[in-house]
Design a protein around this ligand. Structure first.
Ligand SMILES: Cc1ncc(COP(=O)(O)O)c(C=O)c1O
Length: 372
């Protein structure tokens, strides 16, 4: 009989659901949050990282003593660094100037080597320059493997099999909607596929940042870390399976995360502020008879120098007020979501050759065997 897990990444953690008692009472909403900070590496990215690495090991693409090279703004690289520590892989993480000192310190604590890419791409972001450099490095370093979170559709498969199924089981399917943030599309891709098949009445909703172009629109710089991309990732196999998508403003997302911490005692990151606002808005839209599950991607401890630092907020012109009524005002000022079938895609398959994505990366769903 075993009392303990084999190691820190053995088996998936079932993350808790928590009701927002004070906020729901004040706003007439019915939102429950799923705390992904309770994963062993502290974020939702553990799920995709563990799944992708396991598949690479099974296929012999990653061998003992190999090197994992990834472009990540923080959480995915932290998850890979944790896996590297326990499984004996060298991990090289390519981050950009938006990555917090804390995140970089976490990667290094697990033993990862961190490279900061400072050259912007044509969208004003760093995604493309980071990915291109990661691919160059993987060609130079023997025994290396690129999980490639922006192109690898195994990420949405991970969320299909874990996050989405777990929410279904935890709630017995008695929910009105699920809301998550979108960047590489792993979460929303897997969740939208799952709920379309298993519970089609659940409103599958994601939140992007203004300035990101996951569903088209003009690209410009924005401050919310971990959210957004310059194109539609192939992890979203079919945009018509997403019911709504919101866009969140920088300032509102920071403020909402802080209000959640101060009034519910839930310390989470900036993307969770955006998710909270979208979830509250969705709950008001669909009514409070069934709860909306808001997936909160990571812990606020990663953002003590920014999100939870009044001086930083003031420098960035973000309101530091913490009265609960401000949350209501933030939800009211949100733009209406774009609704299916008006959600547009912005796939850029040309990037697969432009950025020299390795052959080991599964870039399309038709490359997957035995998907379900
Ligand atoms: C905290 C957090 N929330 C949400 C996301 C977006 O998830 P996905 O990449 O699966 O679209 C990320 C991605 O890095 C993240 O770090």
């Amino acid at each position: 009989m075993s009392f303990a897990k084999k190691n820190i990444i053995d088996g998936l953690t079932v993350t808790p659901l928590v009701t927002l008692s004070k906020i729901n009472k004040a706003m007439g909403t019915n939102v429950i949050v799923k705390l992904e900070k309770n994963n062993p590496g502290g974020s939702i990215k553990d799920r995709a990282a563990a799944y992708i690495i396991e598949e690479a090991e099974k296929k012999g693409q990653l061998k003992p003593g190999g090197t994992i090279i990834e472009s990540s703004s923080g959480n995915f690289a932290i998850s890979l660094a944790m896996i590297g520590a326990v499984s004996g892989y060298r991990v090289i993480a390519l981050v950009d100037p938006k990555a917090t000192e804390t995140n970089k310190a976490l990667m290094k604590a697990y033993g990862a080597e961190v490279i900061t890419v400072t050259e912007k791409d044509d969208t004003g972001s760093y995604h493309k320059t980071r990915i291109k450099l990661a691919n160059e490095l993987s060609r130079e370093i023997p025994g290396s493997y690129r999980p490639d979170q922006c192109f690898n559709v195994l990420s949405s498969l991970a969320h299909y099999h874990s996050t989405a199924k777990e929410i279904h089981e935890q709630t017995y399917g008695q929910i009105g909607g699920v809301v998550c943030a979108v960047s590489t599309g792993g979460q929303i891709g897997g969740i939208s596929e799952y709920f379309n098949e298993c519970l089609p009445d659940v409103k599958v909703t994601c939140v992007d940042a203004y300035g990101s172009a996951v569903f088209g629109g003009p690209c410009h710089a924005y401050k919310i870390p971990g959210v957004g991309l310059g194109w539609t990732p192939r992890n979203i196999n079919d945009v018509s399976k997403i019911d709504y998508f919101y866009r969140a403003k920088d300032e509102s997302s920071y403020m909402a995360a802080r209000l959640l911490c101060r009034h519910e005692g839930i310390l989470v990151g900036v993307s969770s502020g955006a998710v909270l606002l979208a979830a509250l808005s969705l709950s008001l839209r669909i009514g409070s008879h069934k709860p909306v599950v808001a997936i909160l991607g990571d812990s606020g401890e990663r953002y003590l120098d920014t999100l939870y630092n009044d001086a930083w907020l003031k420098d960035n012109n973000i309101d530091t007020g913490l009265e609960l009524h401000k949350l209501q005002a933030l939800v009211e000022t949100m733009d209406s979501p774009v609704e299916s079938p008006d959600i547009e895609s912005n796939y850029r398959d040309d990037l697969i050759s432009i950025l020299e994505v390795p052959d080991t990366t599964i870039t399309h769903f038709n490359m997957l065997e035995g998907r379900h």
